[in-house]
Design a protein around this ligand. Structure first.
Ligand SMILES: Nc1ncnc2c1ncn2[C@@H]1O[C@H](COP(=O)(O)OP(=O)(O)OP(=O)(O)O)[C@@H](O)[C@H]1O
Ligand SMILES: [Mg+2]
Length: 272
């Protein structure tokens, strides 16, 4: 059997220029991105607002094609969305007309998985994310944290190799965020040493969150997004126990050093 590639995603000279259909104005969102995502790693992505983080995830998801360079997944060019690349975007809302179970079952349904199998799988995931008893509820009947749990279950229903997560916890309160961080780590396999873990790309504005979750942190600079730095986070797992520790605080301070000036510049430019 062919050995799986150690790099799951490869970006070669990736650039992205958006052109407005209204006035033709060009926005260069990404430029010259050369980077590989390692199989099984938890990669967090940080950088100032507008630096192209969501664009980067969209290109890997296959929602858009880069205007230069190439995006490879498992050695093959990405040419559209695929269930192997699951997405959980902040604005990627649940279907409001479907129940929790209906949302979680949607992916397998669309792929033609038979009803009994997809129901059983959905129930397992709903239990796993702590939504047991809410299967028949609609999104508007759930709290923000519960909606994010449902979105997580929906992403997992396709058993994706790669989890593309764009600020998935930004809209929930701090306590809920901490609980969901722990749940996410547990589902990923944080406590299972040597386990075959899924690969995660997780965009966040929370620099402490970026440190706590990550094996590596991809730091993007101000628009057009370029790679400013890649930080290895050499902290032991499981991570929940390290929350608030001196090691996490030290790395968080270092990361903040790296992005502070860029963030201030980005704000200044946005508000000009
Ligand atoms: N569909 C689009 N059409 C035109 N311009 C776009 C489009 N999507 C993004 N942009 C522009 O590309 C740049 C990068 O946007 P992107 O959403 O990737 O940034 P981001 O890093 O995710 O920002 P944030 O942290 O605020 O979410 C921005 O200047 C944005 O205005
Ligand atoms: Mg974004």
């Amino acid at each position: 059997m062919e050995k799986p590639l150690d790099e799951l995603v490869r970006l070669q000279g990736v650039g992205m220029v958006y052109q407005s259909s209204r006035d033709g104005e060009r926005v260069e969102a990404l430029a010259g991105i050369d980077f590989s995502v390692r199989r099984g790693e938890f990669l967090t992505v940080v950088g100032p607002s507008g630096c192209g983080k969501s664009t980067l995830l969209s290109l890997i998801a296959g929602f858009a094609a880069p205007t230069s360079g190439s995006v490879l997944f498992e050695g093959r060019p990405v040419d559209g969305p695929d269930p192997a690349r699951g997405v959980m975007f902040q604005e990627y809302a649940l279907f409001p007309w479907r129940t929790v179970a209906g949302n979680v079952e949607f992916g397998p349904f669309a792929r033609g998985v038979d009803a009994a199998t997809r129901r059983a799988r959905a129930q397992t995931l709903i239990d796993l994310v702590g939504l047991k008893g809410f299967e028949r509820r609609y999104p508007h009947e759930l709290s923000g944290g519960m909606r994010q749990r449902c979105a997580l279950a929906r992403m997992l229903a396709n058993e994706p190799t790669l989890w593309l997560m764009d600020e998935p916890l930004a809209a929930v309160d701090l306590q809920t965020r901490i609980i969901l961080q722990d749940e996410l780590l547990r589902l990923w396999g944080d406590a299972r040493a040597g386990a075959q873990r899924p690969t995660v790309m997780f965009v966040t504005h929370g620099i402490d969150e970026a440190v706590l979750l990550a094996d590596r942190i991809l730091v993007l600079g101000r628009r057009p997004g370029r790679i400013k730095e890649v930080l290895e986070v050499d902290l032991p797992r499981p991570r929940a126990a390290l929350r608030g520790s001196a090691e996490v605080a030290r790395l968080t301070a270092h990361l903040w050093e790296l992005i502070r000036d860029e963030a201030a510049q980005a704000i200044a430019e946005e508000t000009q």
